[in-house]
Write a protein that binds this ligand. Structure first.
Ligand code: ATP
Ligand code: MG
Length: 665
């Protein structure tokens, strides 16, 4: 049993005894060294990788202005380290990738040997068709096994991949292609989504046309066949069927790995676009490699026999770092699943855990809340006893969801790591290290190695120096160090890189998130700084209010935004989703919600308006896009632009919510 002490949940003795790091003191010692002597700390870890040429300097740069280089002068290849190096360590016959397609029977196991062969063949096919080192290439691919294979093939030959979430529209895809100037793309003939065959190629074709209209000609579109009997039109001078290329005799099973400079670009990844237009974070080779390896090993307390299942989409940084690169660099077995958690029934994740005997499960609060709203029999009918550790990522996890996750999924036995980070970071920045110290529901806990978070008071003028907030005082979460996985720039937008991260609190990396630190040094994320609402001079973080609303048993999702109010300056507008089994009237629930907020936080935080909605406007990574809700609440619906709508998983919900907007009395 995990032991509870106040709100601190400690790992069991059995867990601690087998863990990589077994005490807070040991963690503190390592963290201190990582900050005071990063060269020794990271140099020691990096020497276990395969280098074509060793580095001459571990770190060079000026972290205060975002100028960072790691493993300077070294030559390596991340694909080589993910595959060849694992095979050299004797893992050739170990399962590297377990792919579960949407149809249950469509399940594939790839050993490290198999994966290397596929990756080499794809790499050779791309090379034969002119893809070379330094080319930017967009991968408009859904969650099919070919996606990690093509990513690794690109990394092997030095092409810079940009994965664009498969569910994005042609417009959203074209925006990203134009932003990174990629003239090559890999896509698929189709994929499964909730029993439907989705035609990805039609969107890809339209995006190419949109790019051409904007002056960017797409030279090559490579098409992967995911569907067997799904014909899509080909444009002969531009499109190449990769399945046919792969059958050619000249495509060999081996492709040498390009010797990449430590700082050569590895990929460009667009942020989720929750707070503004997406930013193309550029990640480079060696630092990202060493950082994802290390975070995966210690945060998930990874051991050789673990089966790791991360439910994120690979079109999001979490999928890059914790489905593909982090696990493979550790020689792990990683599970990837093509479709949604509720198809064909709401127990698909539990079924996958049972089927593959998953030991570590990593998902998002939005998924947990959706699944805890289902009948309990869906989870109880599966054997989840192989699980030993659970993770959460993407947004603060509200205590109700934390407890449900811990009890029903973790059987009060598995530690939970709440991992706070962002696309810009490459890997997790703040988390529990599960054998070393306990978790507090709702807190991301302590910084990872190499990460030095500080909570600063907000500055009102350019001349003010940075001032650290007191213990328990809310402020702006900033980072005072450089870690190897940090993005190097925003691709093509160096000024936005400077202005967006290094000017708000000069000398620090500005995360855009609010937080406070408690007496135990634990960090609590209070949401986006932009989401702070100012009511009659009181600054309120919306996460706290959402947590209060979510503590009502009839509420499954809640999002709170501010809107202009004549008297108070701003007032609060809450959007909530009701539990489908709730029998109470909306009016009664409204009254109860107001009462809950009043007693949990105070009268000042009671939302003036509460609207019941069927679905939230969520982006591809499952986050509520509050800037759209703010426009609706403020009655500025005309200002909701296409680019805001394009990032949504279900764009139609915006009209629906806008139509039912609660007006002013
Ligand atoms: P954009 O930067 O384009 O507005 P985004 O910030 O949603 O989009 P991501 O990089 O995918 O894009 O998300 C990172 C953000 O997600 C963090 O800054 C934080 O606000 C939130 N987040 C992620 N994990 C956690 C967590 N464990 N606890 C609290 N918040 C989290
Ligand atoms: Mg962000």
């Amino acid at each position: 049993m995990t032991e509870k002490r106040d709100d601190l949940y400690l790992p069991s003795r059995e867990f601690v005894e087998q863990a990589h790091i077994q005490s807070r003191a040991e963690y503190e010692r390592m963290w201190k060294q990582s900050i005071e002597d990063p060269d020794t700390f990271w140099g020691y870890i990096a020497k276990d990788f395969h280098w074509f040429k060793p580095w001459t300097q571990v770190y060079r740069g000026e972290p205060e202005i975002g100028d960072n280089e790691w493993f300077v002068g070294g030559k390596t290849n991340i694909c080589y380290n993910c595959l060849d190096a694992q095979i050299e360590k004797g893992r050739g016959d170990k399962v590297a990738l377990l792919f579960q397609g949407e149809p249950e029977a469509d399940c594939k196991r790839f050993t490290y040997n198999d994966l290397l062969k596929h990756v080499c063949r794809f790499a050779n096919a791309l090379k034969k068709n002119g893809v070379k080192k330094g080319d930017r290439i967009v991968l408009y691919l859904p969650m099919i096994w070919q996606l990690p294979v093509v990513m690794l093939a690109c990394a092997r030959i030095g092409a810079v991949h940009t994965v664009v979430f498969g569910g994005f529209s042609a417009e959203a895809l074209a925006d990203r292609m134009l932003a990174c100037g990629a003239k090559k793309m890999v896509t698929t003939n189709g994929y499964w989504r909730s029993g439907q065959k989705i035609n990805a190629k039609a969107n890809a074709d339209k995006a190419c046309m949109l790019c051409a209209n904007a002056g960017l000609t797409i030279d090559d579109v490579f098409v992967v066949d995911r569907m067997v009997d799904f014909e899509v039109p080909y444009i002969t001078y531009r499109d190449t069927a990769l399945s046919k290329e792969l059958m050619l005799d000249e495509i060999s099973d081996y492709c040498p790995a390009e010797k990449m400079d430590a700082e050569d670009p590895l990929f460009i990844m667009y942020t989720s676009g929750s707070t503004g237009s997406p930013k193309g974070t550029l990640h480079t080779t060696a630092g990202y490699m060493v950082y994802t390896y290390t975070t995966f090993k210690y945060i998930f307390d990874y051991k050789e026999d673990d089966i790791f299942f991360c439910t994120a989409d690979i079109g999001w940084i979490t999928g890059h770092s914790y489905i593909v690169y982090g696990p493979l660099l550790n020689g792990a077995t990683t599970v990837m699943y093509e479709s949604v958690p509720t198809y064909p029934e709401p127990d698909r994740f539990w079924h996958i855990i049972d089927k593959f005997k998953v030991t570590i499960f990593y998902t998002a609060p939005t998924v947990i809340r959706a699944l805890m709203n289902q009948d309990i029999q869906w989870i109880e009918k599966h054997d989840l006893s192989t699980l030993r550790l659970l993770g959460s990522v993407g947004e603060p996890i509200n205590p109700e969801a934390w407890h449900w996750y811990s009890h029903y999924v973790g059987h009060d036995r598995c530690p939970i790591v709440d991992t706070w980070w962002q696309t810009e970071a490459g890997g997790v920045l703040i988390s529990t290290i599960p054998g070393a110290f306990g978790s507090k529901p709702g807190s991301a806990a302590l910084p990872f190695f190499g990460v030095k978070p500080v909570v600063l008071r907000s500055r009102t003028s350019g001349d003010e120096p940075a001032v650290e907030a007191d213990v328990n005082e809310k402020g702006e979460l900033c980072l005072a160090s450089a870690w190897p996985g940090i993005m190097r720039t925003l691709y093509g937008e160096p000024e936005r890189h400077q202005n967006g991260y290094y000017t708000q609190q000069p000398g620090y990396f500005f995360t855009g998130d609010g937080a406070y630190k408690d007496v135990d040094g634990y960090f609590w994320i209070t949401g986006r700084i932009d989401d702070v609402v100012n009511i009659s001079g009181h600054r309120l973080g919306t996460v706290e209010i959402e947590d209060a609303l979510l503590s009502h048993p009839a509420i499954v999702e809640a999002a709170v935004v501010g809107y202009p109010h004549k008297v108070k300056g701003e007032d609060l507008y809450a959007f909530v989703i009701l539990d489908k089994n709730s029998k109470e009237s909306e009016e009664d629930i409204r009254k109860e919600l107001k009462a809950v907020v009043r007693s949990d936080i105070g009268p000042i935080a009671v939302p003036g308006k509460i609207q019941f909605v069927r679905e939230m406007p969520k982006n591809r990574s499952g986050k509520v896009v509050r800037r759209i809700l703010r426009k609706i609440a403020s009655n500025e619906i005309d200002e909701i632009s296409d680019s805001m709508i394009n990032i949504l998983a279900e764009p139609g919900v915006v009209d629906e919510i806008a139509q039912n907007r609660i007006g002013d009395k």
